[in-house]
Write a protein that binds this ligand. Structure first.
Ligand code: CTP
Ligand code: CA
Length: 228
Protein backbone atom coordinates (compact mmCIF):
# COMPACT_ATOMS: atom_id res chain seq x y z
CA UNK A 1 0.00 0.00 0.00
CA UNK A 2 1.28 3.44 -0.89
CA UNK A 3 2.11 5.72 2.00
CA UNK A 4 -0.24 8.43 0.65
CA UNK A 5 -3.89 8.56 1.58
CA UNK A 6 -3.54 7.85 5.27
CA UNK A 7 -5.42 9.92 7.83
CA UNK A 8 -3.23 12.66 9.40
CA UNK A 9 -4.44 11.54 12.82
CA UNK A 10 -0.96 11.70 14.41
CA UNK A 11 -0.32 15.30 13.31
CA UNK A 12 1.09 17.47 16.09
CA UNK A 13 2.19 14.45 18.13
CA UNK A 14 5.71 13.34 18.97
CA UNK A 15 6.30 9.63 18.58
CA UNK A 16 9.32 7.56 19.64
CA UNK A 17 9.80 4.11 18.10
CA UNK A 18 12.58 1.69 19.03
CA UNK A 19 13.54 -0.91 16.43
CA UNK A 20 15.98 -3.72 15.79
CA UNK A 21 17.83 -5.83 18.32
CA UNK A 22 20.51 -4.97 20.83
CA UNK A 23 24.00 -6.51 20.86
CA UNK A 24 25.75 -7.16 24.14
CA UNK A 25 29.53 -7.22 23.86
CA UNK A 26 31.55 -10.23 24.98
CA UNK A 27 34.85 -8.80 23.72
CA UNK A 28 35.72 -6.22 21.02
CA UNK A 29 34.69 -8.57 18.19
CA UNK A 30 31.91 -10.75 19.64
CA UNK A 31 28.47 -10.16 21.01
CA UNK A 32 25.27 -11.81 22.16
CA UNK A 33 22.46 -10.75 19.84
CA UNK A 34 19.04 -11.72 18.56
CA UNK A 35 17.24 -12.21 15.25
CA UNK A 36 15.32 -8.94 15.06
CA UNK A 37 15.68 -7.26 11.63
CA UNK A 38 14.04 -3.95 12.53
CA UNK A 39 11.43 -4.29 9.76
CA UNK A 40 8.42 -3.90 12.08
CA UNK A 41 9.89 -0.89 13.88
CA UNK A 42 10.78 0.75 10.57
CA UNK A 43 7.24 0.12 9.29
CA UNK A 44 5.92 1.83 12.44
CA UNK A 45 8.21 4.84 11.91
CA UNK A 46 7.38 5.15 8.20
CA UNK A 47 3.63 4.91 8.69
CA UNK A 48 3.71 7.32 11.66
CA UNK A 49 5.47 9.91 9.45
CA UNK A 50 2.80 9.32 6.79
CA UNK A 51 0.09 9.93 9.41
CA UNK A 52 1.64 13.27 10.36
CA UNK A 53 3.69 12.46 13.48
CA UNK A 54 7.06 13.90 14.42
CA UNK A 55 9.06 10.68 14.69
CA UNK A 56 12.25 9.73 16.50
CA UNK A 57 13.44 6.26 15.55
CA UNK A 58 15.94 4.62 17.91
CA UNK A 59 17.51 1.88 15.80
CA UNK A 60 19.60 -0.92 17.28
CA UNK A 61 21.83 -2.61 14.70
CA UNK A 62 19.45 -2.22 11.78
CA UNK A 63 20.84 -2.37 8.24
CA UNK A 64 17.79 -0.79 6.57
CA UNK A 65 17.96 2.71 5.04
CA UNK A 66 16.69 5.58 7.23
CA UNK A 67 12.97 6.18 6.72
CA UNK A 68 12.37 9.61 5.15
CA UNK A 69 11.19 12.25 7.56
CA UNK A 70 12.18 10.52 10.81
CA UNK A 71 15.05 11.52 13.12
CA UNK A 72 17.16 8.39 13.48
CA UNK A 73 19.37 7.64 16.50
CA UNK A 74 21.56 4.57 16.03
CA UNK A 75 22.53 2.48 19.06
CA UNK A 76 24.21 -0.85 19.79
CA UNK A 77 23.67 -2.19 23.29
CA UNK A 78 20.64 -2.26 25.60
CA UNK A 79 22.31 0.39 27.78
CA UNK A 80 22.67 2.71 24.76
CA UNK A 81 19.10 2.01 23.65
CA UNK A 82 17.85 2.77 27.16
CA UNK A 83 19.65 6.11 27.26
CA UNK A 84 18.40 7.18 23.82
CA UNK A 85 14.80 6.08 24.44
CA UNK A 86 14.52 7.67 27.90
CA UNK A 87 15.95 10.97 26.56
CA UNK A 88 13.59 11.02 23.56
CA UNK A 89 10.62 9.90 25.70
CA UNK A 90 10.82 13.02 27.87
CA UNK A 91 8.68 15.14 25.56
CA UNK A 92 6.99 12.35 23.60
CA UNK A 93 3.26 11.68 23.37
CA UNK A 94 3.73 8.07 22.30
CA UNK A 95 6.52 5.55 22.89
CA UNK A 96 6.50 2.25 21.02
CA UNK A 97 9.06 -0.34 22.13
CA UNK A 98 9.34 -2.55 19.05
CA UNK A 99 13.04 -3.30 19.64
CA UNK A 100 14.14 -6.71 20.84
CA UNK A 101 16.12 -5.74 23.93
CA UNK A 102 18.54 -8.33 25.30
CA UNK A 103 17.36 -9.48 28.71
CA UNK A 104 20.92 -10.31 29.75
CA UNK A 105 24.42 -9.06 28.97
CA UNK A 106 27.82 -10.57 29.69
CA UNK A 107 28.61 -9.52 33.26
CA UNK A 108 32.07 -8.47 32.15
CA UNK A 109 33.32 -7.29 28.80
CA UNK A 110 36.84 -8.38 27.88
CA UNK A 111 38.96 -5.45 26.69
CA UNK A 112 41.04 -7.71 24.45
CA UNK A 113 39.86 -10.40 22.06
CA UNK A 114 39.51 -13.78 23.74
CA UNK A 115 42.02 -16.09 22.03
CA UNK A 116 41.56 -19.82 21.58
CA UNK A 117 45.24 -20.27 22.45
CA UNK A 118 44.32 -19.04 25.96
CA UNK A 119 43.20 -22.60 26.75
CA UNK A 120 39.77 -23.95 27.71
CA UNK A 121 37.04 -21.33 27.26
CA UNK A 122 35.84 -19.62 30.44
CA UNK A 123 32.08 -19.56 31.02
CA UNK A 124 30.32 -16.31 30.14
CA UNK A 125 28.46 -15.04 33.19
CA UNK A 126 25.36 -12.99 32.51
CA UNK A 127 23.85 -9.98 34.28
CA UNK A 128 20.27 -8.75 33.90
CA UNK A 129 19.59 -5.67 31.77
CA UNK A 130 17.13 -3.01 32.94
CA UNK A 131 13.62 -3.36 31.52
CA UNK A 132 13.16 -0.12 29.58
CA UNK A 133 9.43 -0.52 28.91
CA UNK A 134 8.68 -1.31 32.56
CA UNK A 135 10.83 1.67 33.54
CA UNK A 136 8.82 3.96 31.24
CA UNK A 137 5.62 2.56 32.74
CA UNK A 138 6.66 3.11 36.35
CA UNK A 139 8.20 6.51 35.57
CA UNK A 140 4.89 7.59 34.06
CA UNK A 141 3.00 6.36 37.12
CA UNK A 142 5.32 8.27 39.48
CA UNK A 143 4.85 11.44 37.42
CA UNK A 144 1.08 11.26 37.70
CA UNK A 145 0.00 9.39 34.66
CA UNK A 146 0.19 11.04 31.23
CA UNK A 147 3.76 11.25 29.98
CA UNK A 148 3.89 9.61 27.54
CA UNK A 149 0.15 9.57 26.90
CA UNK A 150 0.38 6.21 25.15
CA UNK A 151 2.93 3.49 25.88
CA UNK A 152 3.09 0.49 23.55
CA UNK A 153 5.03 -2.74 24.00
CA UNK A 154 5.69 -5.68 21.72
CA UNK A 155 5.98 -9.32 22.70
CA UNK A 156 6.96 -12.40 20.77
CA UNK A 157 5.57 -15.52 22.40
CA UNK A 158 5.91 -19.16 21.43
CA UNK A 159 3.15 -20.58 23.68
CA UNK A 160 0.14 -19.49 25.78
CA UNK A 161 0.29 -16.37 23.65
CA UNK A 162 -2.71 -14.47 25.02
CA UNK A 163 -2.27 -15.42 28.69
CA UNK A 164 1.44 -14.53 28.62
CA UNK A 165 0.60 -11.32 26.78
CA UNK A 166 -2.04 -10.19 29.28
CA UNK A 167 0.33 -10.80 32.19
CA UNK A 168 3.08 -8.87 30.38
CA UNK A 169 0.77 -5.92 29.62
CA UNK A 170 -0.07 -5.60 33.31
CA UNK A 171 3.51 -6.14 34.49
CA UNK A 172 4.94 -3.44 32.21
CA UNK A 173 2.26 -0.83 32.85
CA UNK A 174 1.72 -0.15 29.15
CA UNK A 175 -1.54 0.69 27.34
CA UNK A 176 -1.17 -1.59 24.34
CA UNK A 177 0.83 -4.77 23.84
CA UNK A 178 1.29 -6.12 20.32
CA UNK A 179 1.69 -9.88 20.59
CA UNK A 180 3.22 -11.90 17.77
CA UNK A 181 3.19 -15.63 17.67
CA UNK A 182 6.69 -16.72 16.66
CA UNK A 183 7.00 -19.61 14.25
CA UNK A 184 5.73 -20.78 10.84
CA UNK A 185 7.81 -18.16 9.01
CA UNK A 186 6.15 -15.31 10.94
CA UNK A 187 7.78 -12.44 12.79
CA UNK A 188 11.60 -12.40 12.56
CA UNK A 189 13.09 -11.16 9.29
CA UNK A 190 9.95 -11.75 7.23
CA UNK A 191 7.90 -9.10 5.41
CA UNK A 192 4.64 -10.47 6.83
CA UNK A 193 3.35 -10.67 10.35
CA UNK A 194 0.19 -11.49 12.27
CA UNK A 195 -0.60 -10.03 15.65
CA UNK A 196 -3.07 -9.50 18.43
CA UNK A 197 -3.12 -6.05 19.99
CA UNK A 198 -3.95 -6.36 23.69
CA UNK A 199 -5.57 -3.26 25.13
CA UNK A 200 -5.43 -2.31 28.82
CA UNK A 201 -9.06 -2.19 29.97
CA UNK A 202 -10.42 -3.07 26.53
CA UNK A 203 -11.04 -5.81 24.00
CA UNK A 204 -8.10 -7.30 22.04
CA UNK A 205 -7.80 -6.42 18.34
CA UNK A 206 -6.88 -9.22 15.92
CA UNK A 207 -4.69 -8.15 13.02
CA UNK A 208 -4.73 -10.76 10.22
CA UNK A 209 -1.52 -11.95 8.58
CA UNK A 210 -0.24 -9.27 6.23
CA UNK A 211 2.57 -6.80 5.52
CA UNK A 212 4.26 -5.17 8.52
CA UNK A 213 2.90 -1.79 7.34
CA UNK A 214 -0.61 -3.17 7.98
CA UNK A 215 0.33 -4.20 11.53
CA UNK A 216 1.85 -0.75 12.01
CA UNK A 217 -1.33 0.98 10.78
CA UNK A 218 -3.43 -1.18 13.12
CA UNK A 219 -1.20 -0.04 16.01
CA UNK A 220 -1.66 3.63 15.06
CA UNK A 221 -5.42 3.03 14.65
CA UNK A 222 -5.44 1.90 18.29
CA UNK A 223 -3.12 4.71 19.46
CA UNK A 224 -4.79 7.71 17.74
CA UNK A 225 -8.10 7.72 19.71
CA UNK A 226 -6.09 7.72 22.95
CA UNK A 227 -4.42 11.00 21.97
CA UNK A 228 -7.64 12.96 21.67
N1 CTP B 1 11.75 -4.67 26.78
C1 CTP B 1 12.43 -3.60 27.31
N2 CTP B 1 13.58 -3.80 28.02
C2 CTP B 1 14.05 -5.06 28.22
C3 CTP B 1 13.35 -6.17 27.70
C4 CTP B 1 12.20 -5.93 26.97
O1 CTP B 1 11.99 -2.46 27.13
N3 CTP B 1 15.17 -5.22 28.93
C5 CTP B 1 10.50 -4.43 26.03
C6 CTP B 1 10.52 -4.89 24.59
O2 CTP B 1 10.98 -3.87 23.73
C7 CTP B 1 9.06 -5.22 24.34
C8 CTP B 1 8.53 -5.65 25.69
O3 CTP B 1 9.47 -5.15 26.65
O4 CTP B 1 8.32 -4.08 23.96
C9 CTP B 1 8.37 -7.12 25.89
O5 CTP B 1 9.58 -7.78 25.63
P1 CTP B 1 9.66 -9.34 25.89
O6 CTP B 1 11.04 -9.81 25.62
O7 CTP B 1 8.52 -10.01 25.18
O8 CTP B 1 9.32 -9.41 27.46
P2 CTP B 1 10.19 -9.72 28.74
O9 CTP B 1 9.60 -8.91 29.84
O10 CTP B 1 11.64 -9.50 28.46
O11 CTP B 1 9.88 -11.24 29.05
P3 CTP B 1 10.43 -12.61 28.37
O12 CTP B 1 11.50 -12.28 27.38
O13 CTP B 1 10.95 -13.40 29.52
O14 CTP B 1 9.21 -13.24 27.74
CA1 CA C 1 12.79 -10.50 26.76
Amino acid sequence: RALRGRPLDLAGHRVVVSAGGTREAIDPVRYIGNRSSGLQGYALARTAVARGAEVTLVAANVTLPDPAGAAVVRVGSAAELREAVLAAADDADVVVMAAAVADFRPAERHDAKIKKTDGEPAPIHLAKNPDILAELGSRRKERGGDSPRVLVGFAAETHDVLANGQAKLARKGCDLLVVNEVGESLAFGTPDNAATILVAGGEPVEVPRGPKDDIADAVWDAVAPRLR
